[in-house]
Write a protein that binds this ligand. Structure first.
Ligand code: FES
Length: 138
């Protein structure tokens, strides 16, 4: 049940889903030991409903470390919510950008590419399926 959600990232075998929750509690620290991978989510798991994702905005799932966006109406994208700068969780989505207020990085809510700030690389894409009004892990 593991695998495809963590795209082009090192799968971090020492930190399972429970460890991620613990790591989040300490996310203000600069050395969380987190390598930036999203938590692994079983394929088919319901992540959100489409009504929770505003057009131009998004929803940050802090436990799963996934950010889901809707850059244009009816188009949903998902990325790791772990900023590529210092592996803190991104903080908001607005006006088509995923923002990390920790140090001011911003990313495209459509592609995950860096648009500003110190982030060195894009957010990795997370595969999702939209089924009716549900957004599922793919
Ligand atoms: S951790 Fe996101 S900008 Fe520094």
């Amino acid at each position: 049940m593991s695998g495809p959600l963590v795209n082009r990232r090192i799968v971090f075998s020492g930190l399972g889903a429970l460890g991620v929750a613990a790591a989040l509690a300490g996310c203000a620290g600069s050395d969380s030991g987190d390598d930036g991978a999203s938590a692994e989510v079983d394929a088919g798991a319901e992540l959100a409903s489409t009504s929770e994702i505003p057009v131009g905005g998004g929803l940050i799932l802090t436990a799963e470390k996934i950010v889901i966006t809707q850059p244009v109406e009816g188009t949903f994208r998902a990325f790791t919510a772990v900023c590529t700068h210092q592996s803190l969780t991104v903080t908001s989505v607005a006006d088509g950008k995923i923002l990390c207020a920790n140090h001011g990085s911003s990313y495209s809510a459509d592609s995950g590419e860096v648009e500003g700030g110190p982030a060195p690389s894009a957010l990795s894409k997370v595969e999702i399926d939209v089924s009716g009004d549900k957004i599922l892990a793919a």
